[in-house]
Design a protein around this ligand. Structure first.
Ligand code: NAD
Length: 298
Protein backbone atom coordinates (compact mmCIF):
# COMPACT_ATOMS: atom_id res chain seq x y z
CA UNK A 1 0.00 0.00 0.00
CA UNK A 2 1.45 3.35 -1.06
CA UNK A 3 2.57 6.09 1.28
CA UNK A 4 0.74 9.34 0.57
CA UNK A 5 2.99 12.05 -0.85
CA UNK A 6 1.31 15.09 0.68
CA UNK A 7 2.20 18.54 -0.63
CA UNK A 8 0.99 20.42 2.42
CA UNK A 9 4.14 20.11 4.56
CA UNK A 10 6.45 21.30 1.78
CA UNK A 11 4.05 24.08 0.79
CA UNK A 12 3.94 25.26 4.40
CA UNK A 13 7.76 25.28 4.64
CA UNK A 14 8.01 27.31 1.42
CA UNK A 15 5.30 29.74 2.57
CA UNK A 16 7.05 30.21 5.95
CA UNK A 17 10.29 31.06 4.21
CA UNK A 18 8.44 33.43 1.84
CA UNK A 19 6.77 35.11 4.82
CA UNK A 20 10.14 35.75 6.47
CA UNK A 21 11.51 37.28 3.26
CA UNK A 22 8.40 39.45 2.86
CA UNK A 23 8.81 40.69 6.45
CA UNK A 24 12.46 41.49 5.76
CA UNK A 25 11.47 43.48 2.66
CA UNK A 26 8.64 45.20 4.55
CA UNK A 27 11.26 46.26 7.10
CA UNK A 28 13.07 48.02 4.23
CA UNK A 29 9.85 49.76 3.24
CA UNK A 30 9.15 47.44 0.30
CA UNK A 31 5.76 45.76 -0.12
CA UNK A 32 5.71 42.64 -2.29
CA UNK A 33 2.94 42.61 -4.91
CA UNK A 34 1.53 39.87 -7.14
CA UNK A 35 -0.97 40.55 -9.93
CA UNK A 36 -3.55 37.87 -10.76
CA UNK A 37 -5.30 38.09 -14.13
CA UNK A 38 -8.57 36.22 -14.55
CA UNK A 39 -10.76 36.26 -17.66
CA UNK A 40 -14.31 34.91 -17.54
CA UNK A 41 -15.55 32.49 -14.92
CA UNK A 42 -13.84 29.14 -15.50
CA UNK A 43 -14.50 27.25 -12.23
CA UNK A 44 -10.95 25.75 -12.03
CA UNK A 45 -9.34 29.16 -12.57
CA UNK A 46 -11.64 30.75 -9.98
CA UNK A 47 -10.72 28.07 -7.48
CA UNK A 48 -7.00 28.47 -8.23
CA UNK A 49 -7.35 32.25 -7.83
CA UNK A 50 -9.14 31.89 -4.47
CA UNK A 51 -6.42 29.53 -3.20
CA UNK A 52 -3.69 31.92 -4.42
CA UNK A 53 -5.35 34.89 -2.71
CA UNK A 54 -5.51 32.93 0.54
CA UNK A 55 -1.84 31.97 0.26
CA UNK A 56 -0.88 35.60 -0.48
CA UNK A 57 -2.69 36.69 2.66
CA UNK A 58 -0.82 34.14 4.76
CA UNK A 59 2.59 35.36 3.59
CA UNK A 60 2.01 39.12 3.48
CA UNK A 61 2.23 39.36 -0.32
CA UNK A 62 -0.19 41.98 -1.58
CA UNK A 63 -2.43 40.63 -4.37
CA UNK A 64 -3.70 42.85 -7.19
CA UNK A 65 -6.75 41.36 -8.88
CA UNK A 66 -7.34 42.00 -12.56
CA UNK A 67 -10.69 40.46 -13.51
CA UNK A 68 -12.17 40.70 -17.00
CA UNK A 69 -15.38 39.45 -18.61
CA UNK A 70 -15.23 36.67 -21.22
CA UNK A 71 -15.86 39.35 -23.89
CA UNK A 72 -12.62 41.26 -23.15
CA UNK A 73 -10.51 42.25 -26.16
CA UNK A 74 -6.86 41.27 -26.56
CA UNK A 75 -5.89 44.95 -26.53
CA UNK A 76 -7.53 45.49 -23.16
CA UNK A 77 -5.55 42.55 -21.77
CA UNK A 78 -2.31 43.79 -23.35
CA UNK A 79 -2.91 47.25 -21.87
CA UNK A 80 -3.41 45.69 -18.45
CA UNK A 81 -0.15 43.71 -18.78
CA UNK A 82 1.73 46.86 -19.85
CA UNK A 83 0.35 48.73 -16.87
CA UNK A 84 1.42 45.86 -14.54
CA UNK A 85 4.88 45.82 -16.17
CA UNK A 86 5.25 49.51 -15.29
CA UNK A 87 3.74 49.26 -11.81
CA UNK A 88 6.58 49.38 -9.28
CA UNK A 89 4.33 47.89 -6.58
CA UNK A 90 3.92 44.65 -8.55
CA UNK A 91 6.72 42.07 -8.76
CA UNK A 92 4.96 39.23 -10.53
CA UNK A 93 1.99 38.47 -12.77
CA UNK A 94 0.10 35.20 -13.05
CA UNK A 95 -2.41 34.81 -15.89
CA UNK A 96 -5.01 32.07 -15.35
CA UNK A 97 -5.52 29.76 -18.31
CA UNK A 98 -7.38 28.94 -20.42
CA UNK A 99 -8.07 32.37 -21.94
CA UNK A 100 -10.98 32.62 -24.42
CA UNK A 101 -10.05 30.84 -27.69
CA UNK A 102 -10.05 34.04 -29.76
CA UNK A 103 -7.28 35.51 -27.53
CA UNK A 104 -3.73 34.60 -28.54
CA UNK A 105 -2.40 33.38 -25.16
CA UNK A 106 1.22 33.41 -26.31
CA UNK A 107 0.91 37.09 -27.18
CA UNK A 108 -0.32 37.83 -23.66
CA UNK A 109 2.36 35.74 -21.93
CA UNK A 110 5.12 37.20 -24.08
CA UNK A 111 4.05 40.74 -23.21
CA UNK A 112 4.92 40.11 -19.54
CA UNK A 113 8.37 41.45 -18.66
CA UNK A 114 10.61 38.38 -18.10
CA UNK A 115 11.54 39.68 -14.63
CA UNK A 116 7.83 39.71 -13.68
CA UNK A 117 7.02 36.43 -15.45
CA UNK A 118 6.92 34.47 -12.19
CA UNK A 119 5.32 31.42 -13.85
CA UNK A 120 8.21 31.38 -16.36
CA UNK A 121 6.04 30.63 -19.40
CA UNK A 122 7.16 33.40 -21.75
CA UNK A 123 9.44 32.56 -24.68
CA UNK A 124 12.47 34.14 -22.99
CA UNK A 125 12.42 32.13 -19.71
CA UNK A 126 11.41 28.97 -21.58
CA UNK A 127 14.20 29.47 -24.12
CA UNK A 128 16.76 30.10 -21.39
CA UNK A 129 15.57 27.01 -19.57
CA UNK A 130 15.73 24.85 -22.71
CA UNK A 131 19.25 26.19 -23.33
CA UNK A 132 20.20 25.13 -19.77
CA UNK A 133 20.93 28.71 -18.78
CA UNK A 134 18.57 28.67 -15.81
CA UNK A 135 18.67 25.04 -14.66
CA UNK A 136 20.96 26.09 -11.80
CA UNK A 137 17.76 26.93 -9.93
CA UNK A 138 16.87 23.24 -9.85
CA UNK A 139 19.91 22.61 -7.69
CA UNK A 140 19.88 25.36 -5.12
CA UNK A 141 17.15 27.03 -3.13
CA UNK A 142 19.57 29.63 -1.92
CA UNK A 143 20.80 30.98 -5.23
CA UNK A 144 21.28 34.70 -5.58
CA UNK A 145 17.99 36.35 -6.64
CA UNK A 146 20.00 38.66 -8.91
CA UNK A 147 20.94 35.57 -10.93
CA UNK A 148 17.28 34.57 -11.31
CA UNK A 149 16.47 38.07 -12.39
CA UNK A 150 18.90 37.63 -15.21
CA UNK A 151 17.98 34.02 -16.05
CA UNK A 152 14.20 33.98 -15.78
CA UNK A 153 11.96 31.98 -13.49
CA UNK A 154 11.14 28.30 -13.78
CA UNK A 155 7.46 27.31 -14.32
CA UNK A 156 5.82 26.77 -10.94
CA UNK A 157 3.98 23.46 -11.43
CA UNK A 158 6.84 21.35 -12.84
CA UNK A 159 9.35 23.03 -10.49
CA UNK A 160 6.96 22.18 -7.64
CA UNK A 161 6.87 18.52 -8.75
CA UNK A 162 10.67 18.32 -8.63
CA UNK A 163 10.71 19.94 -5.17
CA UNK A 164 7.97 17.54 -4.00
CA UNK A 165 9.91 14.48 -5.19
CA UNK A 166 13.05 15.75 -3.45
CA UNK A 167 11.15 16.60 -0.28
CA UNK A 168 9.97 12.99 -0.15
CA UNK A 169 13.55 11.82 -0.84
CA UNK A 170 12.78 10.27 -4.22
CA UNK A 171 15.99 9.67 -6.17
CA UNK A 172 15.53 10.97 -9.74
CA UNK A 173 18.97 10.32 -11.23
CA UNK A 174 19.09 7.14 -13.33
CA UNK A 175 15.38 6.42 -12.91
CA UNK A 176 12.94 5.92 -15.75
CA UNK A 177 10.45 8.80 -15.56
CA UNK A 178 7.32 8.66 -17.70
CA UNK A 179 5.47 11.96 -18.15
CA UNK A 180 1.93 12.04 -19.54
CA UNK A 181 1.18 15.36 -21.21
CA UNK A 182 3.35 17.60 -23.37
CA UNK A 183 1.89 21.04 -22.66
CA UNK A 184 4.08 24.11 -22.40
CA UNK A 185 2.93 24.75 -18.84
CA UNK A 186 3.39 21.28 -17.37
CA UNK A 187 4.39 18.19 -19.38
CA UNK A 188 7.16 19.63 -21.53
CA UNK A 189 9.03 21.64 -18.85
CA UNK A 190 8.61 18.79 -16.35
CA UNK A 191 10.16 16.35 -18.83
CA UNK A 192 13.09 18.73 -19.33
CA UNK A 193 13.54 19.15 -15.57
CA UNK A 194 13.57 15.38 -15.03
CA UNK A 195 16.07 15.07 -17.88
CA UNK A 196 18.23 17.78 -16.29
CA UNK A 197 18.16 15.70 -13.11
CA UNK A 198 19.41 12.79 -15.23
CA UNK A 199 16.35 10.58 -15.34
CA UNK A 200 15.66 8.64 -18.54
CA UNK A 201 12.49 10.33 -19.74
CA UNK A 202 9.59 9.08 -21.87
CA UNK A 203 6.94 11.64 -22.83
CA UNK A 204 3.43 10.38 -23.63
CA UNK A 205 0.49 12.30 -24.99
CA UNK A 206 -2.97 11.76 -26.43
CA UNK A 207 -1.62 10.13 -29.60
CA UNK A 208 0.64 7.69 -27.74
CA UNK A 209 -0.15 4.12 -28.76
CA UNK A 210 -0.58 1.69 -25.89
CA UNK A 211 -0.12 4.07 -22.98
CA UNK A 212 -0.13 1.24 -20.43
CA UNK A 213 2.95 -0.31 -22.03
CA UNK A 214 4.80 2.96 -21.39
CA UNK A 215 3.47 3.66 -17.90
CA UNK A 216 4.33 0.14 -16.68
CA UNK A 217 8.01 0.94 -17.31
CA UNK A 218 7.96 3.98 -15.05
CA UNK A 219 9.91 4.20 -11.81
CA UNK A 220 8.45 7.70 -11.56
CA UNK A 221 5.12 8.29 -13.28
CA UNK A 222 3.88 11.88 -13.61
CA UNK A 223 0.49 12.47 -15.16
CA UNK A 224 -0.81 15.84 -16.38
CA UNK A 225 -3.49 14.93 -18.91
CA UNK A 226 -6.60 16.34 -17.27
CA UNK A 227 -8.47 13.01 -17.66
CA UNK A 228 -10.00 11.42 -14.57
CA UNK A 229 -9.23 7.70 -14.08
CA UNK A 230 -6.74 7.69 -16.99
CA UNK A 231 -4.28 5.68 -14.90
CA UNK A 232 -5.42 2.53 -13.14
CA UNK A 233 -3.46 0.16 -10.90
CA UNK A 234 -2.77 -2.34 -13.71
CA UNK A 235 -0.87 0.41 -15.59
CA UNK A 236 1.58 0.97 -12.71
CA UNK A 237 4.74 -0.97 -11.88
CA UNK A 238 5.04 -2.37 -8.35
CA UNK A 239 6.76 0.19 -6.12
CA UNK A 240 6.55 3.09 -8.61
CA UNK A 241 6.31 6.71 -7.45
CA UNK A 242 3.17 8.31 -8.91
CA UNK A 243 2.68 12.07 -9.14
CA UNK A 244 -0.83 13.12 -10.14
CA UNK A 245 -0.82 16.66 -11.49
CA UNK A 246 -4.29 16.51 -13.07
CA UNK A 247 -7.07 18.67 -11.66
CA UNK A 248 -10.50 17.62 -12.93
CA UNK A 249 -13.78 19.14 -11.78
CA UNK A 250 -16.26 16.26 -11.67
CA UNK A 251 -19.97 16.65 -12.30
CA UNK A 252 -20.67 15.95 -8.61
CA UNK A 253 -18.64 19.07 -7.74
CA UNK A 254 -15.65 17.09 -6.43
CA UNK A 255 -12.07 17.53 -7.63
CA UNK A 256 -10.13 14.50 -8.90
CA UNK A 257 -6.75 13.90 -10.47
CA UNK A 258 -5.86 11.65 -13.42
CA UNK A 259 -5.42 8.44 -11.45
CA UNK A 260 -7.77 5.91 -9.98
CA UNK A 261 -6.39 6.47 -6.50
CA UNK A 262 -7.58 3.24 -4.88
CA UNK A 263 -6.14 0.83 -7.43
CA UNK A 264 -2.94 2.85 -8.03
CA UNK A 265 -2.17 3.09 -4.33
CA UNK A 266 -2.24 -0.74 -4.15
CA UNK A 267 0.75 -0.84 -6.52
CA UNK A 268 2.73 2.38 -5.98
CA UNK A 269 5.20 3.03 -3.15
CA UNK A 270 4.39 6.76 -3.04
CA UNK A 271 1.43 8.58 -4.54
CA UNK A 272 0.21 12.19 -4.44
CA UNK A 273 -3.39 12.93 -3.43
CA UNK A 274 -5.66 15.30 -5.36
CA UNK A 275 -6.40 17.72 -3.83
CA UNK A 276 -3.53 18.27 -1.40
CA UNK A 277 -0.57 17.05 -3.49
CA UNK A 278 0.99 19.12 -6.28
CA UNK A 279 -1.60 21.95 -6.09
CA UNK A 280 -0.50 23.62 -2.84
CA UNK A 281 3.17 23.31 -3.84
CA UNK A 282 2.49 25.05 -7.18
CA UNK A 283 1.00 28.04 -5.36
CA UNK A 284 3.86 28.13 -2.85
CA UNK A 285 6.38 28.11 -5.74
CA UNK A 286 4.55 31.05 -7.31
CA UNK A 287 4.92 33.02 -4.07
CA UNK A 288 8.59 31.99 -3.80
CA UNK A 289 9.26 33.26 -7.33
CA UNK A 290 7.39 36.49 -6.54
CA UNK A 291 9.44 37.26 -3.45
CA UNK A 292 12.62 36.45 -5.39
CA UNK A 293 11.52 38.92 -8.04
CA UNK A 294 10.99 41.57 -5.34
CA UNK A 295 14.42 40.86 -3.79
CA UNK A 296 16.08 41.09 -7.17
CA UNK A 297 14.68 44.60 -7.65
CA UNK A 298 16.14 46.04 -4.40
P1 NAD B 1 -3.33 20.57 -21.61
O1 NAD B 1 -4.74 20.28 -21.99
O2 NAD B 1 -2.63 21.75 -22.20
O3 NAD B 1 -2.44 19.29 -21.92
C1 NAD B 1 -2.91 17.99 -21.67
C2 NAD B 1 -1.89 17.02 -22.21
O4 NAD B 1 -2.35 15.71 -21.92
C3 NAD B 1 -1.72 17.09 -23.73
O5 NAD B 1 -0.34 17.10 -24.04
C4 NAD B 1 -2.40 15.82 -24.26
O6 NAD B 1 -1.74 15.29 -25.40
C5 NAD B 1 -2.29 14.89 -23.07
N1 NAD B 1 -3.42 13.95 -23.02
C6 NAD B 1 -4.74 14.25 -23.03
N2 NAD B 1 -5.48 13.12 -23.02
C7 NAD B 1 -4.61 12.10 -22.98
C8 NAD B 1 -4.75 10.68 -22.96
N3 NAD B 1 -5.96 10.12 -22.99
N4 NAD B 1 -3.64 9.92 -22.94
C9 NAD B 1 -2.41 10.49 -22.91
N5 NAD B 1 -2.20 11.82 -22.92
C10 NAD B 1 -3.30 12.62 -22.96
O7 NAD B 1 -3.35 20.68 -20.03
P2 NAD B 1 -2.23 21.23 -18.99
O8 NAD B 1 -2.34 22.71 -18.88
O9 NAD B 1 -0.93 20.60 -19.26
O10 NAD B 1 -2.84 20.61 -17.64
C11 NAD B 1 -2.94 19.22 -17.49
C12 NAD B 1 -3.67 18.92 -16.20
O11 NAD B 1 -2.92 19.41 -15.11
C13 NAD B 1 -5.05 19.56 -16.09
O12 NAD B 1 -5.90 18.70 -15.38
C14 NAD B 1 -4.78 20.82 -15.27
O13 NAD B 1 -5.91 21.26 -14.56
C15 NAD B 1 -3.71 20.30 -14.35
N6 NAD B 1 -2.83 21.33 -13.78
C16 NAD B 1 -2.55 21.21 -12.47
C17 NAD B 1 -1.71 22.11 -11.87
C18 NAD B 1 -1.39 21.94 -10.40
O14 NAD B 1 -0.90 22.84 -9.79
N7 NAD B 1 -1.64 20.76 -9.84
C19 NAD B 1 -1.18 23.17 -12.60
C20 NAD B 1 -1.44 23.24 -13.97
C21 NAD B 1 -2.28 22.30 -14.56
Amino acid sequence: MAKIMEGKGLAEDIRDSVKQKVEMLNGMGIEVGLALMLVGDNPSSKQYMAATLKACKGTGIKPYEYKFPESVSINELLNAVHSINNDERIHGLLVFFPLPRRINSRKIVNSILPEKDVDGLGSIPIGKFAAEESTLQLYSEQYDPAITHHLGFLPCTPFGVIRLLEYHKVEIKGKHAVVIGKSLAVGKPLSLMLLTKEATVTICHKETKNLAEMTRQADILCTAAGKPNLITGDMVKDGAVVVDIGINMLENGKVAGDIDFDSVSQKASLVTPVPGGVGPVTIAMLLENTVKSAKARI
